[in-house]
Design a protein around this ligand. Structure first.
Ligand SMILES: [Zn+2]
Ligand SMILES: [Zn+2]
Length: 451
């Protein structure tokens, strides 16, 4: 049984709507996002993480059926033949996504019902134990009261009398010792003021110490595990697992990768595994541009496996560079490659040939579009001539993401708000993997089509 309350279908459906559709991003980009969502949903489905799968299938169908039709590039005069065909295929994919949702739904409902049943049973047991305890103490209390009203039981009285007589017998220590004001009975711990020996019933004050005047407080309830609040963080945190590439993962022994970092708002950030050799390889590819003081950019692409992302491909797209900017062109070639190879866009890497290592305002807007699609997306900046020569960044969430999303400006412009972005190098979000395999693909050799 799960430690936390499983999410209901209604809650998962609401979570699926928790995203921003920004139609300023190209249709090709959104088509790619839809494919990524479907791909991630399938991974979670086959890994039996049905809650995540349900959210992603649901978000996928929502975007394809409700949001894409309103995208400005969907107008007949704007849409390319290629994109039109892709959207058509996505619509067909929604059929199987909806089928999977229907298949998952009863599993989710059954888990919720089982959890509810267990909680009720647990509450019933607690109530039963509490009542039994109260009955027990009440019985003890009544017994004590009865004894108190009688003063003392016959047997106790006999024993007490015997003790007293023994104490009063000639030669006993207490009668010999005139200085002793208080004597202790040798056979029990009840104490008697010596002046009352002759009356033989010095009972009340001493007996009271033996009888509880009221039931003692109940011990803590036998709840071995506290019920955790319903938070997204609980959904994902699992046992740690050794880092491994998707290809080496044995699904039958699969353990989800541990969440090591969260956003500033406390949302879990799944780990992104980055091969250490990727950055020096990228710098070699960029060297010609760097020598000419021109920027170079590359796309960090990869796969989802066991709740973590693995950068498996560094893809160099067609691009236009200046000394302080770098923009992707012929995006369709990039997205075709990603679609064909089932790759998820996990972030980007670019050089600052002359500037220091930081995120320019243009970089922040670019990164915003990445994080809009996937909150784990990262930006690696390389400043080969500076110290530090590189870093990994993300927008803070909140407030960096919303500030940049609301900012209508383009080109270089100041953002006066503090802490819009931060280094994510040492926060556990990005995990450097020394021997992780990856592929470098330079798409610039592909000639763009006219369509
Ligand atoms: Zn930059
Ligand atoms: Zn701005």
């Amino acid at each position: 049984m799960s430690e936390r309350k499983p999410f209901t279908v209604k809650e998962l459906t609401e979570e699926a709507r928790h995203f921003v559709f920004d139609s300023r991003l190209s249709l090709a980009r959104w088509i790619n996002v839809c494919k990524s969502l479907l791909q991630q949903a399938d991974v979670y489905y086959y890994e039996h993480d049905f809650e995540q799968a349900y959210v992603l299938y649901s978000r996928f169908t929502l975007i394809v059926l409700e949001y894409l039709p309103d995208h400005k590039e969907m107008e007949k005069s704007h849409i390319t033949r290629q994109n039109k065909a892709k959207v058509k295929l996505l619509k067909i994919d929604t059929m199987s996504a909806l089928d999977k949702m229907e298949e998952i739904k009863p599993i989710i409902e059954q888990r919720v019902a089982a959890w509810d049943y267990e909680q009720k049973e647990r509450a019933r047991l607690i109530q039963y134990e509490r009542e039994a305890q109260i009955n027990h103490y009440q019985k003890q209390y009544r017994e004590a009261q009865r004894r108190q009203s009688q003063g003392i039981t016959d047997r106790e009285y006999e024993k007490l009398l015997f003790d007293i007589q023994k104490l009063q017998a000639p030669g006993s220590s207490s009668t010999k010792s005139s200085s002793s004001a208080v004597s202790t009975s040798p056979s029990n711990s009840i104490t008697y003021p010596s002046t009352q020996y002759e009356h033989a019933v010095p009972i009340k004050g001493t007996m009271e110490t033996l009888i509880p005047s009221k039931p003692p407080p109940l011990p803590p309830l036998p709840l071995s595990e506290p019920i955790k609040p319903l938070t997204p963080a609980n959904t994902l945190v699992e046992e740690s697992a050794p880092s491994s590439s998707p290809s080496s993962t044995d699904k039958s022994k699969a353990v989800l990768h541990r969440i090591r970092a969260t956003t500033e708002g406390g949302e879990p950030l799944r780990s992104v595994f980055l091969p250490t050799s990727l950055r020096p390889d990228f710098l070699r590819v960029a060297q010609t541009n760097t020598d000419s003081k021109l920027e170079t950019c590359g796309m960090l692409c990869g796969k989802l496996s066991l709740n973590a992302f693995f950068i498996t491909h560094l893809v160099i797209p067609h691009q236009e560079s200046t000394p302080d900017t770098c923009a992707t062109i012929h995006e369709e070639i990039l997205f075709d490659y990603l679609d064909t190879n089932d790759l998820i866009l996990l972030g980007w890497i670019h050089t600052h040939p002359t500037q220091s290592c930081f995120m320019s305002s243009v970089d922040l807007h670019t990164q915003s579009s990445y994080q809009l699609m996937l909150k784990e997306s990262i930006a690696i900046v390389c400043a080969p001539t500076q110290t530090p020569s590189w870093d990994i960044y993300r927008l803070t969430d909140p407030n960096g993401t919303s500030i940049i999303r609301r900012c209508p400006k383009s080109s270089f412009h100041p953002h006066p708000e503090p802490n819009i972005y931060k280094s994510t190098m040492r926060h556990g979000h990005v995990v450097m993997g020394k021997d992780l395999p990856y592929k470098l693909v330079d798409l610039r050799s592909i000639k763009p089509s006219d369509d």
